[in-house]
Design a protein around this ligand. Structure first.
Ligand code: CP
Ligand code: NVA
Length: 304
């Protein structure tokens, strides 16, 4: 059984196998309709979601299985049943759990107690499912991953942390530009360095974006950070992906955003909706990447 809590749970070969399977599933979208027939996925959500929720639910439908949307607050979890008891009981009903939670510790505790695979659908620390779709999108556009120059502009939190680990595992050269005080988690950076990462962390967006094959950003105010909105708007000004910054990247640079986006904040409308942007392909790829992930982690009788 394999959990996906952190991008670092994935080895290089596993990532490539997942991307290859996702690409085949994208090509023949209706070819795997019985792969998870009769199997169920519990989806626990403590925060809002559009892409993650819908792509997981459609993924299970397209694989012949079933997904249950479970609002955290509506579960007995919301009335202080323990995470461990919840994980143990769900393990008697369903075949995998995905969870979007504030604290990374919750998804780790679910994995510790469950007898079934647990998938992190976004925590304060990581977003490994997003990483898989990002890598699929980059590979589709650029042909390979190794040696590419990726520039992250913005908050060094969950999506960025998974990208740091994913870049280290796949051999991409990542430059992260964050305002002072918003740098990525030190443990994630240390882990990436152990994996042989060529990570650059800077407070200068132009330094990060120069010569980049890929520019990537995320919201300035993540779910859970709303009380800091005013301060963040001040701190992140100058960390916008716009035409000026794009001008420092390679001429065939692609622009990624995990979405939801805020035009005029972390990215200009001109760039988000412009010719370099592949954000809709990236969002679509959440579905294909997660179908591949579900097929891989859920024990099944499928031939693949
Ligand atoms: N990128 C992403 O996870 O989107 P949602 O918050 O809509 O799921
Ligand atoms: N960093 C964002 C990602 C949303 C998909 C957040 O945590 O809200």
């Amino acid at each position: 059984m394999m959990h996906l809590i952190s991008a670092s749970d994935l080895k290089r070969e596993e990532i490539y196998n997942l991307l290859d399977l996702a690409a085949r599933m994208k090509e023949g979208r209706d070819s795997y309709m019985d792969a998870l027939k009769g199997l169920s996925l519990a989806m626990i959500f403590e925060k809002q979601s559009t892409r993650t929720r819908v792509s997981f639910e459609v993924a299970m439908t397209e694989l012949g299985g079933h997904a249950l949307y479970l609002n955290y607050a509506d579960l007995q979890l919301g009335r202080s049943e323990t995470i461990c008891d919840t994980a143990s009981v769900l393990s008697r009903y369903v075949h995998a759990i995905t969870a979007r939670v504030y604290s990374h510790e919750i998804v780790r505790e679910l994995a510790r107690c469950a007898d079934i695979p647990v998938i992190n659908a976004l925590s304060d620390m990581e977003h490994p499912c997003q990483l898989l779709a990002d890598l699929l999108t980059i590979r589709e556009c650029k042909g390979d991953l190794e040696g590419l120059r990726i520039a992250w502009i913005g908050d060094g939190n969950n999506v960025c942390n998974s990208l740091i680990l994913g870049s280290a595992i796949t051999g991409m050269n990542l430059s992260v530009a964050c305002p002072a005080g918003y740098e990525p988690d030190a443990r994630v950076v240390a882990h990436a360095n152990e994996l042989g990462s060529s990570l650059l962390i800077t407070n200068d967006p132009v330094e990060a974006a120069s010569g980049a094959d890929v520019l990537y950003t995320d919201v300035w105010v993540s779910m859970g950070d709303e009380e800091e909105e005013e301060e963040r708007f001040r701190d992140f000004s100058g960390f916008q992906i716009n035409s000026d910054l794009l001008g420092h990247a390679k001429s065939d640079c692609i622009v990624l955003h995990c979405l939801p986006a805020h035009r005029g904040q972390e990215i200009s409308a001109e760039v988000l909706d412009g010719e370099h942007s592949v954000v809709l392909d990236q969002a679509e790829n959440r579905l294909h990447a997660q179908k591949a992930l579900l097929m891989t982690v859920i024990p099944c009788q499928c031939d693949g």
